[in-house]
Design a binder for this molecule. Structure first.
Ligand code: KG4
Ligand code: ZN
Length: 407
């Protein structure tokens, strides 16, 4: 059993998906502020290994974590210049995620516990994403949680999750909505595959969408339009439309319109599976008329843009609705999809409009670019608060990978 001290050295381990990440941080309490000194921090991405499979292959993820963990740990320990005995706690992700992958981190933590008697705190990966907004880049940083930041709302969007979580004082979580089928990142990955783009698909689809958008000008969006249930993607075409074989015969590329699933449902749930199927049918129908249609870059850009518009509008619309209903003071966007620049742009703009029209104050936070994806710094912060709340593992046999762990 461990015990909490305001000044601790924490080893954080993250292996929930396809990144093996380890960090060692030193924490120091300074009034209400917690200062984090990053003594060592490494991420080893397996993306290149999973590309041929078009997604993360759990057995391979497990094999890679097992291979990487001791190597990365050695490197991070060396960077930290600490003796292993100086580590006060191990924060390890126990879920949600791929169970075979989660187990590798847990087993590694247990081995260190057995050998060096270092106590363990279990960490929820999604809570990690909530805390991922605090480190700016990957240098030293301060975490200060003030009562005027509550109630908070967190939109967590990744390859496995899409959820809206209400955060009350004391970091008490209540999920108010989630996807009923595919996660937003998963939909990006699947649509990328349909368009012949590599895994992970989010950045690739987003790049195409941006190219399409750059040829167009957004119409002035009426302030608060999203909150009134109108969509933001009304655009004015600035250039002549191209036909499927690249000639200037505008009528040959049909107008692409995709649904905004569940945008007007009364709850805060999402659904992206039907949207993905709409893209599938759209491509199938287009290919019936012209089997080589996807060789036309313009067609791919248009599909990508309409798809990204649909995902972003749905996410932003429901988030704004929740901000109004729960009188949210702070909004935190986290997870891999929070790297999406269009989501950042539209969310920021719509929140600004809301603040202007409702005279409220809502602070919006995105993680810095290096921390949108999975990393160990966010696990270290969540681990600090677990230790502070005395959530140390009592019996080592009780710590388990929990693939579906919820906030
Ligand atoms: O949080 P994360 O790194 O891993 C999970 O826990 O899932 O999220 C990965 C997901 C992938 O589906 C990836 O395609 C998506 O985040 N993603 C993006 C962008 N960058 C990563 N989706 C949309 N736009 C992006 N720029
Ligand atoms: Zn994640």
């Amino acid at each position: 059993m461990g015990c909490y001290s305001a000044n601790m050295n924490i080893l954080a381990i993250e292996t929930s998906c396809d990144e093996t990440a380890i960090a060692i941080v030193e924490t120091k309490k300074d009034g209400k502020k917690i200062k984090f000194k990053v003594l060592g921090n490494e991420i080893s991405s397996q993306i290149a290994i999973h590309i041929p499979y078009g997604g993360v292959f759990p057995a391979i993820a497990k094999r890679e974590h097992i291979k990487n963990l001791p190597l990365i740990f050695e490197r991070v320990l060396k960077q930290s210049k600490l003796k292993i005995e100086k580590i006060d706690a191990i924060a390890v992700t126990v879920g949600p995620g791929l169970e075979p992958a989660l187990w590798t981190g847990i087993v590694f933590a247990k081995e260190l516990n057995k050998k060096y008697k270092i106590p363990i705190v279990p960490v929820n990966h999604m809570e990690g994403h909530v805390f991922s907004i605090f480190p700016k880049k990957t240098k030293n940083f301060t975490v200060e949680i003030k009562s005027d930041m509550f109630p908070m709302l967190s939109l967590l969007v990744s390859g496995g999750h899409t959820e809206l979580v209400l955060v009350k004082e004391g970091m008490k979580y209540k999920k108010i909505g989630q996807t009923r089928d595919d996660a937003a990142g998963e939909a990006f990955d699947k649509v990328a595959r349909m368009l012949g783009l590599p895994y992970p698909g989010g950045p690739e689809v987003s790049k195409l969408a941006k190219e399409e958008r750059s040829g167009m000008k957004r119409e002035n969006v009426v302030p608060g339009s999203l909150t009134e249930g109108r969509l933001v993607n009304r655009v004015v075409r600035q250039e002549p439309r191209l036909c499927a074989d690249g000639n200037n015969i505008s009528s040959e590329i049909p107008e692409i319109v995709l649904p905004r699933p569940m945008i007007h449902s009364k709850d805060y749930d999402f659904s992206f599976s039907g949207l993905k199927t709409s893209v599938l049918y759209l491509i199938r129908d287009m290919k019936e008329k012209n089997p080589n249609i996807l060789e036309n870059e313009k067609v791919k850009q248009k599909i990508a843009r309409e798809f990204e518009d649909s995902v972003v509008e749905t996410l932003v619309y429901k988030t704004i609705k929740a901000i109004k209903e729960y009188k949210i003071k702070t909004i935190i966007i986290g997870g891999g999809v929070s790297a999406n620049t269009y989501l950042q742009e539209v969310m920021t703009k719509e929140i600004k409009n809301l603040v202007k029209s409702d005279f409220t104050s809502v602070k919006i936070h995105f993680p810095s670019k290096q921390l949108t994806g999975d990393n160990a710094l966010m696990i270290a912060i969540a681990g600090y608060y677990q230790a502070k709340n005395k959530k140390f593992v009592k019996r080592m046999s009780s710590i388990k990978a929990q693939g579906n762990l919820s906030l």
